[in-house]
Design a protein around this ligand. Sequence first.
Ligand SMILES: [Fe+2]
Ligand SMILES: [Fe+2]
Length: 359
Amino acid sequence: MAFKDLYALSTEGSTWSVKQDFDTVFNWDYDDGRAGMMGLYAKGKEMQWDAVTRIDWSQELDEDNPQGMPEESLPIHMADCYKRMSEKEKGVVRRNFQAWQISQFMQGEQGALICAAKIVTQVPDADSKFYASTQTIDEARHVEAYRSLLKKFKVAYPMTKPLKELIDQTLRDSRWDMTYLGMQVVIEGLALAAFGTIRDNAQNQLCAQVNAYVMQDESRHVAFGRLALRDFYPQLTQKERDEREEFLLEASYLMRDRFDAVELWQHLDLPIEECATAMYESGFMEKFRNSLFARIVPIVKDIGLWGDYIRKGYEEMGVIGYAQTDVQALQDEDDFIAKRFDARRAEVQRVIDRAQAAE
Ligand SMILES: [Fe+2]
Ligand SMILES: [Fe+2]
């Protein structure tokens, strides 16, 4: 079956074009580069993996709950329209909601792939070009992994409008740091929060594992954004920093308020108002928003976009407290969890080998 036949909704054509207006920059300085950046580049090369071999794709998914998620994770599980459904109908809603989410991951990863490649061509520093090249292959692998997963769901969804808007804004901007800000800080932060809810709650090991491995790479990408921007923002004027803060705050509101799955509920013929209310009140969304800002706010502070404008904005959103989050601890945990999945698979393989030898 061709992938395009999996789409439950129209993708409005088979491609999407975003106009670009920026200079491609060469750099003749082949010195060693910044130690931190080159260290990250070394790590990026060393930690490459193959989605085909690191993951056992023979694992099956349950049709009615492919990821094996707890019922509370379905944001409309308390809606009357859902409670009235038969078990079979509930299974259809679960499968489609999960496929819709994984589809956003896959589509967003293509956005990341394109942004990483754009950074290679646009950023002036040679060491950043080196690092971004490793990120480019990472992002291609992420698209590949989510695509393989979605094929097992047997249904997929196009990129939602708010995500498209965010990526479009990021790509259209001709200033190189805005690609970082939009992708490495905002969208990667959003991704880490979303992947984490599945990694930490899915009973299906294949789904949990894919997200754990992708997160292991993503936390490196966030570190890249921090390194590059932390050096750059102190050099800007307050007015220039204010413009960035405005962009960040607007993006924060967009992520908090507009990722609402409306097109999915419509496609499933569900009453929108009931779904929207249930989604608003569901504790799971609240948790998701919390982990979203735990990933973003401390980075924003760290890179020096911490003027009155943004602090006031985050205070109004009630998320200023996340500035104290220990980002390094989160990253170490992402790495540790991914390694635990490797260890689990190695141990299962060891037992199988031993049993075969005993036979
Ligand atoms: Fe990625
Ligand atoms: Fe990434």
